[in-house]
Design a protein around this ligand. Structure first.
Ligand code: CTP
Ligand code: CA
Length: 225
């Protein structure tokens, strides 16, 4: 049996997933990060492996168990993630960018622990590369999928990101809702594709969302073959 009915529909396909937060150092003992748990990206990586894919997972620092049968590449900063994502992009058929990448990093990393003083402290930040935007420019006949974390104007913002980054579809995540977002086991998502179709889903477990994403990715990869 071929295709959807097959138990291993992604056999022979390479899937690249990024997951988790990045950490941007301030000094030897401090860093800036976000609330990403990595659960969404890990769920996608595990499901892709269960469907027979050869999976590479580029992971920021998380507390999650290391999945079996998946090549995990650990990274700390957005720039590390960028380097790894760019170097593994060419070989991948499906690329899913679930990571919550820090948009900025402290411009200078202090060599020594910063000492407190009696005054306020300000810090300058430098822009990190937009990994997904760069991957979108490199895209050949691959399927490229992004996420959008929004607290308002969900669909408009997500649509803009999908177009700008040359994605096949984007998973828009309303992180302002209860039972959704970074730490939760569930999410409330809408999926917008490059034709402008919008599908709104009810609250689902991250594993169920992973199923939907991989079903859609499979359909698109078949169209491009
Ligand atoms: N992304 C990325 N590199 C970055 C920032 C974001 O690859 N430096 C990716 C994320 O992995 C996600 C998508 O871009 O798949 C959207 O991330 P998001 O933070 O929602 O959007 P931004 O484009 O960073 O815009 P903003 O944070 O201003 O809303
Ligand atoms: Ca961002």
């Amino acid at each position: 049996i071929i295709g959807k009915a097959s138990k291993k529909p992604l056999r022979g396909k390479k899937v690249l997933v990024t997951a988790g937060p990045t950490q941007e150092p301030i000094d030897p003992v401090r860093y800036i990060t976000n609330h990403s748990s990595g659960k969404m990206g890990y769920a996608i990586a595990i499901e892709a492996k269960n469907r027979g894919a050869d999976v590479t997972l580029i992971s920021g620092p998380t507390n999650l168990e290391r999945p079996n049968g998946i090549k995990v590449i650990d990274v700390i900063t957005a720039r590390d993630m960028y380097d790894q994502a760019v170097s593994h992009f060419g070989e991948a058929d499906i690329i899913i960018k679930a990571a919550a990448v820090a948009d900025y990093r402290p411009k200078e990393v202090a060599d020594n622990k910063i000492k407190k003083s009696d005054s306020n402290l300000s810090m300058e930040f430098a822009r990190n590369p937009d990994i997904l935007l760069e991957l979108g420019k490199m895209k050949k006949n691959q399927v490229l999928i992004g996420f959008a974390a929004e607290t308002r104007d969900l669909l408009d913002n997500a649509k803009g990101k999908m177009n700008r980054k040359n994605l096949d579809f984007i998973v828009a995540n309303n992180i302002a809702e209860k039972d959704a977002g970074f730490k939760s086991d569930t999410n409330i998502v809408s999926i917008i594709d490059s034709l402008g179709n919008v599908e709104k889903y009810d609250k689902m477990k991250k594993e169920e969302i992973a199923d939907i994403i991989l079903d859609k990715a499979y359909d698109l990869i078949k169209l491009k073959e």
